[in-house]
Design a protein around this ligand. Structure first.
Ligand SMILES: [Zn+2]
Length: 332
């Protein structure tokens, strides 16, 4: 229902519980006519409020089916705001800076792959690339960057995922270098999580999410978790497809470059995540390339360009600002 003074749009779902990473209540920025959103738990009712910039009306509404319960809707401003507001398909920067978590693989007692020709250590190559990527992103002024490690230190996989979720990351980029028994194998590649990994990730969400006083169980929980996961998997794949050609412009690519795997650091079910293998330390030419700071800087710029393109994409912006999948209530 719409309410005035101030203008807002309120959705109440009876006999439902919020299952959000922030817990049973929270708030966030909006886009277009929606200034922001907030949600809270009231006795017997889960309430979502969209605070509006102006009077608005409901122009589209769609209910999901039994297998994929959900509610989608579009709001449009009425009156003067409609003329002044940017078209909904235009990217905007209303919600401020994006949080990117950069994860340099290995570290400390775990050197990762070791170069066959020059003896390069993966943990050093990827840390330097991660630091360069941080610098490039910070120079661009529209990112908040969090590193899982900024020194030669071992960090547990679970800790890397925790850092990413605690930072409320919009994107998680893990940086590695490959090794293979076949010295001919060469080139960069990008991984996203596969279906088996996605199932492990779902278990992780169930363990860590604050489900409130009456936890959502069974089918209801599965549906909610599935909504998170599907959105995240799609967005991870979108970033992978954006970053691959840009990496290809500065480095050779492994054939079949976008691969999917059951990799632990990619499993946070609510953070889009990719793992970039920058090249093979077991290949003489790749190792020589990765030993050069200028080549590592070129890869960092390519990844930063991909982040710019990813967040500039209008539909991605709208998803990031409003996170529609996360609005979907479920009535058991
Ligand atoms: Zn590695």
């Amino acid at each position: 229902m719409f309410l005035a003074e101030p203008h807002r749009f309120v959705i109440d779902v009876q006999d439902a519980m919020w299952a959000m990473p922030q817990g049973a209540s929270g708030a966030g920025p909006g886009a277009g006519v929606v200034r922001g959103y907030r949600f809270a738990q009231h006795p017997g009712v889960s309430r979502l409020v969209l605070d509006l910039e102006a009077e608005a009306s409901l122009v589209r509404e769609a209910l999901g089916g039994a297998r994929a319960p959900g509610l989608q809707f579009d709001l449009a401003a009425r009156g003067p705001f409609a003329a002044a507001a940017p078209a909904p398909s235009q990217p905007a920067r209303a919600s401020g800076r994006r949080t990117v978590v950069i994860d340099a693989g290995h570290g400390g007692r775990d050197p990762g792959a070791v170069g066959r020709t020059l003896g390069l250590h993966e943990k050093e190559v990827v840390l330097d690339t991660a630091l360069k990527l941080r610098d490039v992103l910070e120079q661009r002024g529209q990112y908040r960057v969090v590193l899982t490690r900024d020194a030669d230190r071992y960090v547990e996989h679970a800790e890397r995922v925790r850092i990413s979720r605690d930072a409320n990351a919009d994107l998680f980029i893990s940086i590695h270098a490959d090794a293979n028994a076949n010295a001919e194998a060469c080139g960069a590649s990008v991984y996203t999580v596969n279906e088996r990994g996605a199932r492990r990730g779902q278990a992780m969400l169930g363990d860590t999410i604050d489900l409130g006083a009456t936890p959502v169980r069974g089918q209801a929980r599965d549906v909610l978790v599935d909504l998170f996961q599907r959105e995240t998997t799609n967005r991870s794949a979108q970033f992978a497809e954006i970053v691959i050609p840009r990496l290809g412009a500065v480095a050779p690519l492994l054939r079949n470059t976008h691969r999917s795997a059951n990799l632990y650091v990619l499993l946070a079910p609510d953070v889009p995540a990719v793992l970039i293998e920058t090249g093979f330390l077991t290949n003489a030419e790749d190792e020589r390339r990765l030993s050069r700071p200028a080549e590592r800087a070129a890869m960092a710029r390519a990844i930063a360009d991909a982040a710019d393109a990813y967040f500039a994409a209008p539909q991605l912006y709208a998803q990031g600002a409003l996170k529609p999948a996360r609005f979907s209530g479920y009535v058991d």
